[in-house]
Design a protein around this ligand. Structure first.
Ligand code: C2E
Ligand code: MG
Ligand code: MG
Ligand code: MG
Length: 277
């Protein structure tokens, strides 16, 4: 053990690096096993009609209940799944689980599923979609896929074709986390999206400066003018709600209405049929 002045810091640093690498390798192999054995949960967060606050659809959100680390956030394991090539298998599982569940809901309630940019670009996407819809019996018009702007980086002609073939199945596509990526406006012009989801950072900073409100305002107006629905993500307070309703936003999602729910709680929320308050 190097404890002397000078080298001690470096040795400690090295030890910590090794520990972190070890930690990461362990997490990777746990993830691989979890994917193999489908040890994930899908939670469902309501999207509500802005005016009536009634549930119009749910967003499927992956959770990883880990034996020793507790619930691991998708913000951590999705990037890991992307780096290790596990995302296609994991994403296909989440899609199936979400569609399976939604197939038992009333017809008027939709399901939104997140797609990683790697899934969007994968040649297995369309066959997976077709197969999942066929085997779960979910009508394609009830399914919505959420992609971020980063899915659209790169070969534009290819991306246009992919988007087109998804929409030809009757499945809708939303642009997620709008405003946080690159060239958002050009993407809206060149790609046919059905919906824009305004990123929660804009909603949550609505009251902290006139420019944030102006950005939200501009996105909603843009949506109205080009005939695309807008969803405000991350609504936590009545005043955030009031401010997006006033601006003409079509749908809302956030802790004010509901946190992501277990499948069972989602079913209960649907059958209670009450507007969420
Ligand atoms: P996202 O698609 O933008 O999903 C919205 C995130 O905002 C969710 O975080 C949701 O729980 C959170 N959220 C909703 N309302 C509120 C609110 O009022 N306040 C706050 N603070 N947060 C709110 P979550 O579940 O941790 O998911 C994070 C991200 O992980 C998602 O962001 C999505 O990009 C990704 N993700 C989740 N499930 C999947 C999946 O099945 N496939 C892929 N590719 N990505 C997924
Ligand atoms: Mg999303
Ligand atoms: Mg989002
Ligand atoms: Mg996000």
């Amino acid at each position: 053990h190097a404890k002397g002045k000078g080298t001690g810091g470096a040795a400690l640093f090295e030890a910590r690096m090794l520990e972190e690498q070890e930690d990461r390798r362990k997490l990777e192999s746990d993830l691989r096993l979890a994917v193999q054995h489908s040890q994930f949960d899908v939670f469902f967060q309501p999207l509500v009609d802005m005016k009536t606050r009634e549930i119009v659809s749910f967003e499927a959100l992956l959770r990883w209940p880990h034996e020793t680390r507790g619930m691991i956030s998708p913000e951590l394991f999705i990037p890991l799944a992307e780096e290790t090539g596990l995302i296609n298998q994991l994403g296909a599982w989440a899609l199936r689980r979400a569609c399976e569940e939604a197939a038992n809901w009333p017809e008027h309630i939709g399901i939104a599923v997140n797609l990683s940019p790697l899934q969007f670009k994968s040649s297995s996407l369309l066959p997976t979609l077709v197969n999942t819809l066929a085997t779960t019996g979910l009508s394609p018009k009830r399914l919505e896929l959420e992609v971020t702007e980063s899915a659209l980086l790169g070969a534009e002609a290819t991306n246009v074709t992919i988007l087109k073939s998804i929409r030809e199945l009757g499945v809708r596509v939303s642009m997620d986390d709008f405003g946080t990526g690159y060239s958002s406006l050009a993407y809206l012009q060149n790609f046919e999206f059905d919906k824009i989801k305004i990123d929660k950072r804009f909603i949550q900073s609505l009251e902290s400066g006139a420019s944030n409100a102006a950005i939200v305002d501009a996105i909603i107006k843009l949506g109205i003018q080009i005939g695309i629905k807008t969803t405000a993500e991350g609504i936590e307070t009545e005043s955030q709600y009031d401010s997006v309703v006033l601006r003409g936003c079509s749908e809302g999602q956030g802790y004010l209405f509901s946190r992501p729910l277990t499948a069972e709680d989602a079913r209960a929320a649907i059958s209670s049929k009450l507007p969420i308050e």
